[in-house]
Design a protein around this ligand. Structure first.
Ligand SMILES: [Mg+2]
Length: 453
């Protein structure tokens, strides 16, 4: 993804002071550090740079340093700070404008000169690149260069004279928005998938089309672990006998449908049989204190028990602090109902120092909104990569194919409901046979209905 159309790179241009390192703020004005001793890299910046770098972005710093022209700073001090940033962060280049307003240069932001020159030198595709800054001048420079722009708003109260594409409060959040924006861009490009020329010419050569006899891999040969999602005791125990099912999840919606009234006794009955594969039970409170109490009780039911915690309460308040407290107390969790990469990132941070945990992203619900969940789930895997104790769950699958899609992106687990599990017997079925079954189904149903024309 780093090299885009025509072999050009995608870049993220970064302002320096206030974006990478702390700026000294006096009133509504911010100032760069005077010297190397004053340099303080902002929290989360090394990780955010690494995330962008790993996603394939070329990182270029573009900074105005007019104090040299004003005679209040030396070039040497600025270069020392820049060298330190180059060595501490995964950035590729630093471009500096040393001029002041009266110099008539074309590189002082809000002019786009620094970005345009770097784009030329490094073969950067500007429309596929981003500029991140903390002042309107950064945003305007990015806009003029043709990049998408992100403002990190520290509440200076500065008039926003150039409208950014996204406003946030840290480079971490900016980086995750960029990754998400890139995913959306990828979706849009899907319509450009080439139609085979044979179809355009109207001569269909069957040997070049996907063969119906091609057999997909056996589900037991896949790396993704299949968990069964259910609440019906007989159904769960039946699936337990299937070695393909590596774990279980339940949720209050399924339990209610199954007519379960006593939550605790239902769990105990199941746990008497299932004690050697992971199983999740969800808390059902809405206040974080009560969720914490329930989580600790549920965790005590067994070593294989994961406590399901929703990513927010019903008021939309983040569970992040609760997750952190429970992780510190050693509670294994399955954090549930996530639908965005921002949520994935926040949850990984909350669980960073805890025991093994799962993060359930509802890929099927993403698909229900007309969005392709595959690129997003692949990006979620990237966010989990620094945390080997965390596993990604592809939740709410809609069809059997999702098992293969989850496997293809290296997703750890997929939770599958009974209706999808039943289709496992169809894997590899010859499509001609399946076509004949379908014709027979229509015929037989019409016969049974006794239709006449
Ligand atoms: Mg700045």
């Amino acid at each position: 993804m780093g090299i885009g159309a025509l072999g050009m790179r995608r870049a993220v241009f970064l302002d320096r002071d206030g974006v990478l390192n702390k700026a000294k703020v006096v009133g509504a004005q911010s100032y760069p550090p005077d010297n190397l001793a004053e340099l303080e890299v902002l929290p989360g910046v090394p990780e955010a740079c690494r995330t962008l770098k790993e996603a394939g972005y070329f990182l270029i710093v573009a900074t105005n340093q007019p104090d040299v022209a004003r005679g209040t700073q030396t070039r040497r001090n600025i270069e020392a700070i820049n060298q330190a940033l180059l060595s501490r962060l995964s950035i590729d280049d630093i471009r500096v404008c040393l001029h002041d307003d009266g110099d008539g240069c074309d590189c002082r932001k809000p002019l786009p000169g620094l970005l345009l020159a770097a784009a030329k030198d490094w073969h950067i595709a500007l429309p596929e690149s981003f500029m991140v800054g903390d002042r309107w001048k950064d945003i305007e420079a990015g806009r003029q260069a043709g990049c998408k722009t992100v403002l990190i708003d520290y509440g200076f109260g500065e008039e926003i004279r150039s409208r950014p594409d996204f406003i946030t409060h840290s480079l971490t959040e900016a980086a995750h928005w960029i990754l998400q924006a890139t995913q959306i861009g990828t979706e849009v490009k899907m319509e450009k998938i080439a139609i085979p020329p044979i179809l355009k010419q109207g001569e269909i050569r069957l040997d070049t089309l996907p063969s119906p006899s091609a057999v997909p891999r056996n589900p037991s040969d896949l790396s993704v672990k299949i968990f069964a999602d259910g609440a019906d005791k007989a159904g769960i125990l039946e699936m337990y006998r299937d070695p393909l099912i590596k774990g279980f999840t339940t949720n209050p919606t399924l339990m209610r449908k199954a007519g379960i009234n006593d939550y605790r006794s239902f769990a105990f009955e199941i746990l008497q049989v299932i004690h050697d594969r992971p199983i999740s039970f969800e808390v059902f409170a809405d206040e974080f204190d009560e969720m914490e109490r329930q989580a600790k009780e549920i965790a005590a039911w067994g070593n294989n028990v994961y406590v399901k915690i929703p990513v927010t309460n019903t008021r939309g308040q983040s569970s992040a602090q609760l997750l952190h407290r429970l992780a510190s107390a050693g509670v294994k969790m399955n954090v549930t109902a996530l639908l965005t990469l921002d949520q994935v990132w926040t949850v990984t941070q909350s669980l960073a120092d805890g025991p093994p945990c799962c993060i359930s992203v509802f890929a099927g619900r993403v698909a229900d909104t007309g969005r392709d969940p595959v690129p997003m789930m692949a990006a979620a895997m990237e966010l989990l990569r620094p945390f080997p104790h965390l596993e990604l769950i592809w939740a709410s699958p809609r069809e059997l194919l999702n098992i293969y899609q989850a496997d293809a992106i290296g997703c750890h687990i997929i939770t599958v409901t009974n209706d999808v599990l039943k289709k496992l017997s169809l894997v590899g079925k010859h499509l001609h046979d399946y076509s004949l079954d379908t014709v027979k189904m229509f015929y037989n149903d019409a016969q049974k209905a006794g239709y006449r024309l």
